[in-house]
Design a binder for this molecule. Structure first.
Ligand code: CA
Ligand code: CA
Length: 147
């Protein structure tokens, strides 16, 4: 693969963005997806936290941003939430989403996996952070790419 943007086709990318928009119609939480080839450092969680800060995902009123991180060549992923979420959920909150996405990635279907877990995340977050009538799209729904 020459370019990280080739990991997901344009059609699939549009589906993922739509799934983010749909998930965010159920919750005030803000979800982003970041894709890169190699995970810098050994720990995908630490890398995800760096990216979260780099792309300023803390800029939400309720501190309820969620980042789905994939490094496809390193074959690792992470899902992290901002402190507003971590204060109200268990540490294993994202385990089922991680497991589901992992299986889809192993099966070569990243977009299907992302769409499925985005639906799960939207529903799960809505219990803690219901969608507000005056909702603002605080963070872009576009996929963010590394190198
Ligand atoms: Ca929003
Ligand atoms: Ca958004």
């Amino acid at each position: 693969m020459k370019d990280v943007r080739d990991f997901i086709s344009k059609e699939d990318e549009a589906r993922v963005v739509e799934a983010i928009t749909k998930a965010e119609s159920e919750t005030s939480g803000e979800i982003r997806v970041h894709i890169e080839a190699k995970c810098a450092g050994k720990d995908p969680m630490k890398r995800a936290i760096d990216i979260f800060n780099d792309i300023k995902m803390y800029e939400t009123r309720e501190r309820n941003g969620v980042l789905i991180y994939i490094a496809y060549e390193s074959r690792v992923l992470a899902i992290i939430g901002d402190k507003g979420i971590n204060e109200v959920v268990e540490p294993d909150f994202w385990d089922s989403e991680k497991e589901t996405l992992k299986l889809y990635l192993q099966g070569g279907k990243p977009a299907d996996g992302l769409c499925e877990i985005l639906d799960m995340i939207g529903k799960k977050l809505s219990k803690f952070f219901p969608h507000q009538s005056d909702d603002v799209d605080e963070l872009s729904n576009e996929i963010s790419y590394g190198k």
